[in-house]
Design a protein around this ligand. Structure first.
Ligand SMILES: [Zn+2]
Length: 53
């Protein structure tokens, strides 16, 4: 599975000044100088196909 999830906005300050952080699989925001990763936590049921009415 690909680990490449590309954030378009910093989740902390909302800026788009994001750059991949080498080696860490992380991203760094050069506006608020935070580094973070984007992690998928699981799958959700497809809406409209069974499950809760
Ligand atoms: Zn930021």
């Amino acid at each position: 599975m690909s680990e490449r999830a590309v954030p378009f906005h910093c989740p902390y300050c909302g800026d788009e000044n994001l750059f991949p952080r080498e080696g860490a699989g992380a991203w760094e925001c050069r506006s608020c100088l935070r580094s973070f990763t984007v992690q998928m936590t699981g799958m959700i049921p497809h809406p409209g196909t069974g499950g809760a009415p």
